[in-house]
Structures are given as structure tokens and as C-alpha cells.
Design a protein around this ligand. Structure first.
Ligand code: GLN
Length: 542
């Protein structure tokens, strides 16, 4: 029987519920349990694919082609497992399914209602996603007082009724603010969150208290009395900054386990661990992040960086994390330099000067024309100056454009995404994609097989000749130009099984010039860095 660990938020969102959920999952894995994680997003979008990255952070792509909330990415990076798209449940999906069933006559004769039809649909989705696992974590997005969460909380209570309280526990992640004018940590918002959760029929079993500082005993006791949760089960989870010189969320499983959270959950769920949890491998990887032997300077060239007066690091979170995983493996501090691609288009931009301390350049995925010429300038600089370059999806397409223009003399080469009239559409849309009009789930999505060229550098990095990497794009290297590109020295180191689509490219006689049409960052985890990132960081260090 699967045991459920439900994680809900109180006070404010964005305090690290996803990381807390993933960290608890990691700890439970360490006891020998098989673990999966489910994310509930109360928005009406069917998936995250139609949302702007500056609005909701990066879109995560699953092996089975889902475009989901980025929390699934956090789970995969911590748990090292592939999580299917059905583990991201949204209000939109639930209502769509219920309405479609109603139209098909599934409920014929009945009045279709919020309770039980919507709530049953949610419950069934949770049960299906958790089937076969020892433990399923269920994280509910937003906070407990949100109107739109009502159905999900109701469904979880219904689930508890079906499986029994011994098989489900509730963790409330709250935030304890320290208003600057009084410099005192306040527990009231946490008390109110507990009250709101109770109004939904749920008593928290464990409270994780996020805050700038650790919780003291006085406040712990206050929460204990108010929430009726034993003080042992009130766990402090202060910001990671300040604890060590390097700020890393990967330390959270270690600090939560120092508080004994794993044993407390085992008690709550009557679980007997299959082995003792030492988190050894994890501790080593975190040690390498916190005490690096050396450092690398990587330039990430993208857009989406600014929203209002804030920079949004989350738009490229998977790439950032994949770089961190590789750096942990090589015990390097990652100094990430974010360069806005539009800057690189300015006439007075001195690329030589700006890149003088840069060990390697990453061009991540992207869409549309803005900043593209800047990215192409950066790629040219890397190619001509033997600077390690890693291109991801759009990064490959732009590397092909740069090479076509400056090496193959197709001076006006472009992608038809930007210039539909170009004489040399070296990157073009596939004929089968042209007919699609609706947005959402219509790109080449999910894991695809690529066959690697035996003597290529990419093959050496992967160590195998068949690889599955995840995709999210519409355009491809145009087969009409394969010959000219190869004739001028570009190596297609990985192709689709039918030999039509270019999946990996590389340039010989270069320190590291590799790009892929896929997004290998989606398969990188702390304990298993993605092969291309691993090789790239190694080359940067050399
Ligand atoms: N805009 C490009 C395409 O749709 C690349 C997409 C990406 O980088 N994910 O093909």
C-alpha cells in the first residue's frame, strides 16, 4: 500500500515547498523506499506549456512529452527518476476530463457536480500516479487559503477516508516573517495557516518553518500550543544563505535529516525503513559544491532576464542546475555570468574584453528574434577563439546559422522562425508541423532517440551509441543544407534513427564546440550530471 506525504504551503508561496518536497523524497529514498512525487497546480491552464517563462519560470519537459510546472524538475534533480506528465495535475486538466466525460455520457442521468465528480477525478489521478510506489509525495501549489485549492484539499481528505490516517501525513510549510521595524520573528501568520488548514478538515502532522533565521524555542512552543503539534514535529528550515559560503538548496535534505525528519515521517506513517539513511553520496556531492577546489566562469547568454525591476533566474533553472551538477562532480565553484543577448548586438559592445575571464559559453533554448544576432555573435567568437561552447536547442540552430553564414558563405542564412523569406532557410519547420494551428503541446516534445556517430566526441561523452534526450521545439536543421554544412567541416555526431534530423553537432579541432537539438539539462541530476554538461565543464576547466 502506498503511503502519502502531502505538502501544503501557508502564509506565502515561493518559500521552497518544492525543494522541501524533493528533499523529503530524497531522504525517504535513502531509507530504501521507492518514491514518486506529484505536483498539483490549481491554475486553469491544462499545462505550463502556454505560459511565459517570466510569468511562471521555465517550462519543464518530461520524457513522455509533457510541458509541466518546474517543480517536477526539482523532484527529478533530487530524486534522479523520470517523472511522467500525469504527475502534474492542474485544475484545467481535471475540469476538461470531467466535462468530456459528461459529453460522452459517462455520468448519464446524474447531475455532474463539484463534489463528488471533480474531487473524485482528482483523487483518482493521485491514486493512478502513485500506483506501485512505496511513497508518493503530493505537493499542492499556492497556499492553503487560496480559493482554487479547495477541491484539492477536499480530494485529499476523501483519499484519507479511503486509505486511513495511518497511510497519509500532512506537512505544512509556512513562513515566519521578521518585519524590519521590529526585528522580531512573528508566528501569527503560521497560526492563521494552521487555522485555515483545519477549516479544510486537515490537521498538520508536521510543520516546516521557513524563515530568514532559525526558529527559537519560545516561538516553537507558541506554535506547538496553537497548532496542537508536538514541538518535535515543528522543524526549523532557515534560509540556506549564511549557513555556508555557497548557497545551495541541495543541502536541504542534509539539514532536514539533521532534524530527524525521516524518522518522524516513518513514525507518522508506521514505516519500517529498509536501510539506515546516511545520505553518503549526497553529502559528498554537496561537500564538493560548498568546498570547491577550483572555479569556472561560464557565460549564459539569453533573454527573459528582466521582469520589471527583478531578474528572473528561474527561466533557465534547468540549465543552471545542470551546470551546478557538473561542477559538483568536478569540485568546481560555478561563477555564472548572465549576459543579455541584446547587449551583444550593440555596436560598442567589446566582446573580447567582456569575455576575457570566461571559460565557456552556453546558449540555451529560446524562441523568436529578439537578441538572436547577439547570440550568433557570441557563437562566432567562441568558434574563432577556441572557447568551449555548448548549444542547447536554439543554441544548435543558431550555431548552424553562424556556420552557414561565416564558413559556408551563405551570408544571409537564417531560420524561417525569424525570416520566413530567407534565401537560405538552414533552419526550417518540418512539413508535418506546418499544418498545426493550435498552441499548446504541438511542438516536437519529449524524449526522442538519437544514434551517435561512433568516433564522435559526443559518443565518447555518452559512452553509448543510442541516447534518449528530451525535446521542445518546432524547427529543425533543414535537410537541404546537410551536405554543404558537412562539406565545410561540421560533424553531425547524432541523428534521428531515420537519418533525417540532426540531433547533435560538433566541430573538430576545437576545445569543445558541441550543440544539440535536445535539452539534456532535463535529464541531469545532482548525483548523475548530464554527459554533455559534464564534458563541457571539464573542457572549460582545462
Ligand atoms: N525556437 C526554436 C524552435 O522552436 C528552438 C526552441 C528551443 O530552443 N526550445 O525550434
Amino acid at each position: 500500500m502506498t503511503k502519502f506525504i502531502v505538502v501544503v504551503g501557508g502564509v506565502i508561496s515561493g518559500v521552497g515547498k518544492g525543494v522541501a518536497t524533493a528533499s523529503i523524497g530524497r531522504i525517504m529514498q535513502d531509507y530504501g523506499f521507492s518514491v514518486t512525487a506529484i505536483k498539483i497546480d490549481p491554475y486553469i491552464n491544462c499545462d505550463a506549456g502556454t505560459m511565459r517563462p517570466t510569468e511562471h519560470g521555465e517550462v519543464w519537459v518530461t520524457d513522455d512529452g509533457g510541458e509541466t510546472d518546474q517543480d517536477l524538475g526539482t523532484y527529478e534533480r533530487f530524486l534522479g527518476i523520470s517523472i511522467p506528465k500525469s504527475n502534474n495535475i492542474t485544475t484545467g486538466q481535471v475540469y476538461k476530463e470531467v466535462i468530456e466525460k459528461e459529453r460522452r455520457g459517462t455520468y448519464l442521468g446524474h447531475t455532474v457536480q463539484f463534489i463528488p465528480h471533480i474531487t473524485d477525478e482528482i483523487k483518482n489521478r493521485i491514486l493512478t500516479a502513485s500506483n506501485g510506489f512505496d511513497i508518493a509525495l503530493v505537493e499542492i501549489g499556492g497556499t492553503v487559503g487560496d480559493y482554487e485549492n479547495t477541491a484539492f484539499l477536499f480530494a485529499l481528505r476523501a483519499l484519507e477516508n479511503t486509505i486511513g490516517k495511518d497511510n497519509i501525513c500532512y506537512i505544512l510549510v509556512t513562513y515566519l516573517p521578521i518585519p524590519s521595524h521590529i526585528e522580531e520573528m512573528k508566528t501569527k501568520p503560521t497560526q492563521l495557516s494552521v487555522k485555515l488548514l483545519r477549516e479544510n478538515g486537515i490537521q498538520p502532522d508536521l510543520i516546516l518553518c521557513r524563515g530568514k533565521q532559525a526558529l527559537d524555542d519560545i516561538r516553537k512552543n507558541k506554535i506547538e500550543q496553537y497548532a496542537n503539534v508536538k514541538s518535535d514535529y515543528i522543524i526549523s528550515m532557515p534560509d540556506v544563505t549564511g549557513r555556508d559560503t555557497v548557497n545551495t538548496t541541495y543541502i536541504i535534505p542534509i539539514s532536514l535529516q539533521e532534524e530527524g525528519i525521516g524518522d518522524k515521517i516513518n513514525n507518522l506513517l508506521h514505516l519500517s525503513p529498509k536501510k539506515t539513511s546516511k545520505l553518503e553520496e549526497w553529502k559528498q556531492a554537496v561537500h564538493n559544491i560548498i568546498n570547491p577546489k577550483d572555479e569556472v566562469n561560464i557565460a549564459m547568454i539569453g533573454k527573459y532576464f528582466d521582469i520589471g525591476t527583478f531578474k528572473l533566474a528561474d527561466s533557465y533553472i534547468s540549465v543552471n542546475e545542470a551546470l551546478k551538477h557538473a561542477c559538483s562532480k568536478h569540485s568546481l565553484r560555478l561563477n555564472l555570468h548572465w549576459i543579455d543577448s541584446k547587449q551583444l548586438e550593440q555596436k560598442n559592445f567589446n566582446i573580447k574584453e567582456s569575455f576575457k575571464d570566461i571559460d565557456g559559453v552556453v546558449i540555451p533554448g529560446g524562441f523568436g528574434g529578439s537578441g538572436v544576432e547577439g547570440k550568433i555573435n557570441a557563437i562566432r567568437f567562441c568558434r574563432e577563439n577556441n572557447i568551449p561552447f555548448l548549444g542547447l536547442c536554439y543554441g544548435l540552430q543558431l550555431a548552424v546559422i553562424e556556420f552557414s553564414r561565416n564558413v559556408c558563405s551563405l551570408t544571409t542564412a537564417n531560420t524561417s522562425e525569424i525570416d520566413p523569406e530567407t534565401l537560405y532557410p538552414v533552419i526550417d519547420i518540418l512539413p508535418e508541423q506546418k499544418a498545426i494551428e493550435s498552441k499548446g503541446g504541438t511542438m516536437r516534445l519529449g524524449a526522442y532517440l538519437a544514434l551517435l556517430k561512433e568516433d564522435s566526441r559526443v559518443f565518447k561523452l555518452y559512452g553509448i551509441d543510442k541516447v534518449y534526450e528530451r525535446h521542445r521545439h518546432r524547427y529543425e536543421v533543414n535537410p537541404d543544407f546537410h551536405e554543404i554544412l558537412q562539406k565545410h567541416g561540421m560533424i553531425f555526431s547524432g541523428m534521428s534513427p531515420d537519418g533525417k534530423l540532426v540531433e547533435f553537432i560538433e566541430l573538430p579541432d576545437h576545445k569543445f564546440f558541441i550543440a544539440t537539438q535536445s535539452h539534456p539539462e532535463f535529464k541531469s541530476s545532482l548525483l548523475k550530471p548530464a554527459a554533455l554538461f559534464d564534458g563541457f565543464i571539464k573542457a572549460c576547466k582545462e
